[in-house]
Design a protein around this ligand. Structure first.
Ligand SMILES: [Zn+2]
Length: 420
């Protein structure tokens, strides 16, 4: 069959010329791509296109450049099935993807988002392609979500972009000598650190904040300290990640944080690899520095019960972060009854009358808990004193579900006392 007639192509041209958003998926079987290319108008088919979402497929990969408008502002890239499994057998696909990505127009680019949620995709082969895009981005850029570690020059270029707000880095920053440290840092609202990136970034933050002599209290991080609300750490290798004091020192810099998510898992059960190395004092210092927190996720509690934090660390969390709605933290339950009994008479007395956070569910995951019958009352009352809105604890094992049941009983009793 002959495909579209000249009149039909003319209609397509008119329609395409005012399109502003486009989602490109499988190439339509009835459209001959070489005809489409041959008849492409001088300014391209889509001169007004601002937003392009591209799912990489075998059928559209050779022709994706036909959808590039010089005025693109938003580009989203989704790895189709082509990248999600076939690339081992089809290594020749990767250079084609790399060259298509490298050709993306960037002069007016504001958002680049790459869906990196699927595992097993050979993103590292596209490092140069994404680095080249980053290097060509200008001051209009506000989001750069990279699935892969970029070259040092590309990261350094992004650090100097004044309007970058959302950034996902796939690797560490370049090494800076004292004299080459960047004098600025973008006013990020959302920063996500991919695998293997965290600890070098933290050390850079500390150098930027404390290493350079601050002029009138201004440091390269001054803007980010005000603006950063969301910090996510995707480190999952327990051998590379420890939540310790140096971690706290870096995070405390960003006092406007609302959402702190450290996705670090401890090693496999029984291997002595608990990565949580903080104590109650560290938690008090962290929460005092971050009063805006609504979500504090410091890694899933593991089975080991070897950490130095105790249930006593929960009170400063509740008092200092009065907006907190979600919490994941390790605390040692070996002496939980004594730890909670000690709170009223101990050093936290001045905190007890203060307002608390509205946390309604405490997720304890694999945290072990062994209690004698007499201990339940102390634990339940102690936890409700700390988190007055708590309705349940969710964790593994019978003891936690019993705690949860008794919690509801105590809450009902307190409610009825309040109303009479
Ligand atoms: Zn652990």
């Amino acid at each position: 069959m002959g495909g579209p007639s000249p009149e039909e192509w003319d209609k397509v041209r008119r329609y395409a010329s005012w399109m502003r958003q486009l989602y490109v998926d499988e190439w339509p079987a009835h459209v001959n791509p070489s005809g489409f290319r041959l008849l492409s108008p001088a300014g391209g088919w889509f001169p007004a296109l601002r937003g392009l979402a591209w799912r990489i497929t075998e059928s559209n990969l050779p022709h994706i450049d036909l959808f590039f408008s010089p005025h693109l502002r938003e580009v989203s890239v989704f790895p189709g099935p082509l990248l999600r499994g076939n690339t081992q057998n089809r290594p020749e696909i990767l250079p084609s993807i790399a060259s298509a990505i490298s050709a993306l127009p960037t002069s007016t680019l504001q958002h680049l988002f790459v869906d990196y949620s699927h595992s097993g995709i050979p993103w590292t082969h596209l490092k140069d392609a994404f680095s080249s895009i980053a290097l060509r981005c200008g001051p209009s850029l506000t989001e750069f979500t990279s699935p892969v570690s970029l070259s040092g020059a590309a990261v350094n270029h992004l650090i100097h972009l004044p309007r970058l707000r959302i950034w996902r880095v796939g690797g560490p920053p370049p090494h800076y000598s004292v004299s080459s440290l960047p004098p600025v840092f973008p006013p990020l609202t959302k920063f996500t650190l991919g695998q293997g990136a965290t600890w070098q970034w933290f050390s850079l933050f500390e150098r930027l904040e404390h290493g350079i002599s601050a002029t009138q209290g201004m440091t390269p991080l001054s803007k980010a300290k005000q603006s950063l609300e969301y910090l996510k750490i995707e480190e999952s290798d327990p051998l590379r990640a420890t939540i310790d004091v140096s971690f706290i020192v870096a995070i405390k810099i960003f006092r406007s944080l609302i959402y702190l998510d450290v996705g670090v898992f401890c090693g496999k059960n029984g291997e002595g690899r608990c990565i949580f190395k903080l104590n109650d004092g560290d938690i008090a210092a962290l929460t005092m520095a971050l009063p805006q927190l609504e979500s504090l996720l410091l890694g899933h509690p593991c089975l080991e019960n070897t950490c130095a934090t105790t249930a006593a660390c929960l009170l400063p969390i509740s008092v200092h972060c009065v907006k907190l709605q979600k919490l994941e933290i390790h605390f040692n339950t070996t002496n939980i009854v004594e730890d909670l009994k000690d709170i009223p008479g101990g050093r936290f007395q001045e905190l007890l009358p203060l307002p608390r956070c509205p946390l309604s569910c405490l997720e304890v995951f694999q945290m072990p808990l062994v209690l004698r019958k007499a201990g339940f009352k102390t634990v339940v009352n102690g936890i409700v004193d700390i988190f007055p809105s708590l309705e349940r604890c969710t964790g593994h094992g019978r003891t936690w579900s019993k705690i949860s049941e008794q919690l509801r009983g105590v809450q009902r009793l307190r409610m009825s006392l309040e109303h009479h």
